[in-house]
Design a protein around this ligand. Structure first.
Ligand SMILES: Cc1cc2nc3c(=O)[nH]c(=O)nc-3n(C[C@H](O)[C@H](O)[C@H](O)COP(=O)(O)O)c2cc1C
Length: 252
């Protein structure tokens, strides 16, 4: 286990540490791959990639994500069809639905208190997960609690200064869950690359059909499908390019 102090001691300033080079290699060699070879992804490799995915930063450590690895032959056939028969799905060694959950904040807050590594759980932590988190997410029937939260937030902002807006609507919570889950999805794709495999994120799929196939409820949102496998020689369709950094980065 490494502590914060170990990490700080290891934080070298040179521009070419081995870690930096390894990180660049992974990020710069990742491409969206649309054709994969027949080489399978071993289960232990996939498990490690998923473990790394779930080390993604996430708000309040509530971990609102799920990953459905569609291995069953019949399910896979239907899932590929739901991905509009894209090659990235059809030729993939593994096909994964990345799901954001809007219904788990409460049960995960309770689970954190049960599984918290330090015992006894510090009062600050208990208060945070029983009060702050609850206030942030509670909406009540027809958002009645949200209306009160909105009013209180306006008052506090005016009288006391900056305050983080809580989540008022289902869409706010969905945005929160999607945000967090996307970070895990990126970790997953980079982990696959680091293991010598590749991936393609897919937004081009029939979500209602895919949800039916996986038996998901209205609080489970497939934010993307990921096709993964070994890159085929003709797997990358185009030259990678991005717009100029100046267009997006603002030093204010
Ligand atoms: C959320 C998301 C959805 C995407 N959907 C698709 C898709 O349905 N089909 C596809 O071929 N590529 C899809 N892509 C891949 C993008 O087209 C690709 O990332 C982009 O063109 C940049 O290329 P690169 O990933 O090789 O750098 C998607 C990527 C993301 C992040």
């Amino acid at each position: 286990m490494s502590t914060n102090t170990d990490l700080k001691d290891n934080m070298a300033t040179p521009t070419h540490t081995p870690q930096l080079q390894a990180f660049r290699d992974v990020v710069e060699s990742r491409r969206s791959v649309r054709r994969f070879t027949d080489t399978p992804i071993p289960n232990d490799v996939l498990a490690d990639c998923l473990r790394l995915a779930m080390l993604a930063p996430n708000s309040s450590n509530l971990q609102p994500w799920e990953f459905y690895v569609i291995d069953d032959a019949d399910n896979r056939k239907r899932a590929v069809k739901n991905c509009m028969n894209q090659n990235a799905a059809k030729t993939s060694a593994r096909l994964i639905a990345v799901v954001a959950r809007t219904d788990i904040w409460q049960s995960h807050a309770q689970q954190i208190l049960r599984e918290y590594p330090d015992k006894p759980v510090p009062k600050k932590v208990k208060d945070y997960y029983t009060k702050v988190v609850a206030l942030d997410f509670l909406r009540g029937p027809v958002n009645v609690v949200s209306a009160a939260k909105w009013g209180a937030t306006q008052v506090v902002r005016r009288l006391k200064g900056p305050i983080k807006s809580p989540y008022y609507t289902f869409e706010d919570t969905k945005n929160w869950a999607t945000n967090n889950t996307s970070l895990a999805a990126e970790n997953l794709m980079l982990a696959l690359r680091a293991h010598g495999f590749d991936s393609c994120a897919m937004g081009g799929f029939d979500e209602p059909a895919m949800k039916r196939l996986l038996g998901l409820n209205s609080d489970q949102h497939i934010i993307m499908m990921i096709g993964a496998g070994e890159r085929a020689d003709n797997g990358v369709y185009d030259t990678q390019y991005r717009f100029d950094q100046d267009q997006f980065v603002h030093y204010v």
